[in-house]
Ligand binder design. Sequence first.
Ligand SMILES: Nc1ncnc2c1ncn2[C@@H]1O[C@H](COP(=O)(O)OP(=O)(O)OP(=O)(O)O)[C@@H](O)[C@H]1O
Ligand SMILES: [Mg+2]
Length: 253
Amino acid sequence: MSAETKPQLELRQVTKRFGGVAAVDGVTFEVAKGDIVGIIGPNGAGKTTLLNCISGLYRLDGGDIRWDGASISGMAPHRVARLGIGRTFQIVRPFGSMTVRENAAIGALFGSAEARRKPKEAFEIADEVLELVGLAAKAGHPVSTLTIPDRKRLEVARAVATKPHLLLLDEVMAGLNNVEIDQALDMIRKVHATGVTVLLIEHVMRVIIGVCRRAIVLDFGQVLAEGEPDVVLRDERVIQAYLGERYAKRLKS
Ligand SMILES: Nc1ncnc2c1ncn2[C@@H]1O[C@H](COP(=O)(O)OP(=O)(O)OP(=O)(O)O)[C@@H](O)[C@H]1O
Ligand SMILES: [Mg+2]
């Protein structure tokens, strides 16, 4: 394998149990540097749990996660973040009394290796990322006044401000209308174009088809299918387990 094709992120038989239930059950896949990969699957399939395993929030019950060839299994979340693995949370919890700009600056202060920034520099990065996600005009607004789509944008901005090499996004399109989804798609393309590898969880298939080069389908904690999005979404098992017949008919028409 040449240096260019060496995976940036490798999951080998990753397993996470809650009580007797394996929420993530022997998951194996790789993500190449600069790739953009979607994780899809029914509610409760283990998608968020998998992200929590990668970002160090959960200790694995089995398997291994490697970053640039070295194991990061068992590493604390702040150390994983410092390697350059940034993430958003499915439940967005911004600091309500602070401004949009201050929230984004927090991301810049607690980020990857180049962290320990001075506040002035953190605010410069905040302004940069707010521009990127389309929130620059609201930089001075208190977060409590933001709409849901704007809170999602801020969550992405905060994660991007950590200057990650890999960005993990958990359903940042949930609850958005079609216009807002297009804007969010544009935002993800822009972030990806800056050289960031992206691994995103999404239920909106238009997003998976629109930006992802590869899709991984989880079902009952296991990889059900993996490949190019348009191929995966036509897979009979994926239609049965997740998409349903209505979606399949729409694809065929
Ligand atoms: N902290 C926890 N303690 C116990 N069980 C959990 C915990 N977190 C998740 N689970 C269980 O693990 C399974 C996977 O949950 P997870 O949140 O990873 O699913 P998901 O694919 O992200 O679903 P959704 O699409 O609804 O966000 C579910 O059965 C869930 O109830
Ligand atoms: Mg989830």
